[in-house]
Design a protein around this ligand. Structure first.
Ligand SMILES: [Ca+2]
Ligand SMILES: [Ca+2]
Length: 390
């Protein structure tokens, strides 16, 4: 039962992400943003009505007992059937073939993230109840970070090597966004999350079958692995002789060397009208235009890398961190902070392809959300970190 509560909480989180941008390959990292933020008001929703707080999107009310009958639901548009209307980023999303060679690696390439005296959090939180603030001093040792979200191909190598069975496979189900499901699968589902009816518990949904038994990952091996719990993520990283990043490490890596910026590339959501991340464009949850090129996940190296050479830090898939969740933070300087010593939820960062500014402004580096460790869903993945090069 607790797992359902977790999943439900996760569902709420999933509602709150979106926006990114990108370039192609290590040589195409985003240059430092020296612009103070001239278009900030144009790209960052400041209208309280345009940003639904967690309670507003039902995140805090999601519990297993919130799952209700769906027979009276009016039904929702099937986003997966909508032909993407790519406006700007199609060419940017097409990667040179030589950059795809490392997609065959069973673990990600890593890059050195410099340490130093840094800050984490923000004094201008987009969603104050999430504990984004206050801005606080942090000292970090240098560390290595995966350049990409762990892909299906990489996770498959782990499973093939170890015989690992994920928690979603053990439970026999996972949460899937309704817009991705086939009519056949939807016809068999009689329950949904009351506060977020676009999330449906799907029997047989797991990393190998992201939308249930009639789906597969054959054509998505270079996309992020989904439906992995915190424990699953930790198990993969351990197998790869790595670990999950702390929230402080993840946030520092997200910023890509920039200071006081909203996104990994700066403050403008779409510099020069280019999409820098896989988010949701359209009317959530009914219509996803796919203007950024994708209505679901994208390959892990699509969109430009940030200043450290990291792809999709915001958007595409949410990413687990090692920290337990709390919204209360000391302003005292901390060295290599690892979060609370215990808790009920783990911190996830970055938002996903389901994030839209209208209800989930969580695709910023300082934004955060949480799920119980046994949660899994169709927009939550991870990447690994390490103190040593791997
Ligand atoms: Ca998208
Ligand atoms: Ca991500």
């Amino acid at each position: 039962m607790s797992r359902w509560s977790t999943v439900v909480a996760f569902v709420l989180l999933a509602q709150c992400i979106t926006v990114l941008l990108c370039l192609e390959g290590p040589d195409a990292v985003v240059p430092p943003d020296t612009d103070p933020d001239p278009d900030l008001d144009l790209v960052v929703p400041r209208d309280p009505d345009s940003v639904v707080p967690p309670g507003g999107c039902g995140c805090q009310s999601l519990r297993r007992d919130s799952v209700v009958d769906t027979e009276e639901e009016g039904g929702m548009a099937d986003s997966s059937s909508v032909k993407p209307a790519v406006k700007y980023s199609q060419s940017m999303n097409e990667m040179p073939s030589d950059l795809r060679e490392d997609d065959q690696d069973t673990t990600s390439q890593m890059v050195l993230i410099p340490g130093g005296e840094l800050t984490m959090g923000t004094d201008d939180p987009g969603i104050p109840p999430d504990g984004e603030g206050p801005r606080r001093p942090v000292g970090l040792d240098p560390f290595y970070m995966d350049t990409q979200e762990v892909s299906n191909l990489q996770f498959r190598a782990f499973v093939d090597s170890t015989g690992y069975i994920t928690e979603a496979e053990q439970y026999g189900d996972s949460f899937v966004f309704e817009g991705l499901l086939s009519e056949s699968v939807k016809s068999q589902i009689t329950q949904a999350v009351a506060a977020a009816p676009w999330w449906l518990p799907v029997k047989g949904a797991n990393w190998k079958n992201p939308e249930g038994p009639d789906s597969e990952i054959t054509e998505r091996l270079d996309h992020p692995v989904l439906h992995v719990s915190w424990k699953d993520a930790e198990a993969y990283c351990s197998w790869a002789h790595k670990r999950l990043p702390t929230e402080a490490e993840w946030e520092h890596a997200c910023r890509g060397g920039l200071k006081d910026r909203l996104f990994p590339w700066g403050n403008k959501l779409k510099p020069k009208e280019q999409h820098y991340a896989n988010l949701w464009q359209g009317d959530f949850p009914k219509y996803n235009s796919g203007e950024d090129g994708y209505v679901q996940t994208s390959p892990v190296k699509s969109f430009p890398a940030n200043g450290y050479g990291l792809y999709n830090m915001v958007g595409n898939a949410w990413e687990w961190t090692s920290d337990w969740w709390t919204v209360y933070h000391s302003t005292d300087r901390q060295q290599n902070p690892t979060g609370p010593s215990s808790g009920t939820d783990r911190v996830k960062k970055g938002g996903s392809y389901m994030c839209h500014k209208s209800y989930c402004y969580r695709y910023r580096c300082a934004a955060r959300s949480q799920n119980t460790p046994d949660s899994s869903a169709s927009n939550l993945g991870f990447r690994c970190a390490s103190a040593e090069p791997r």
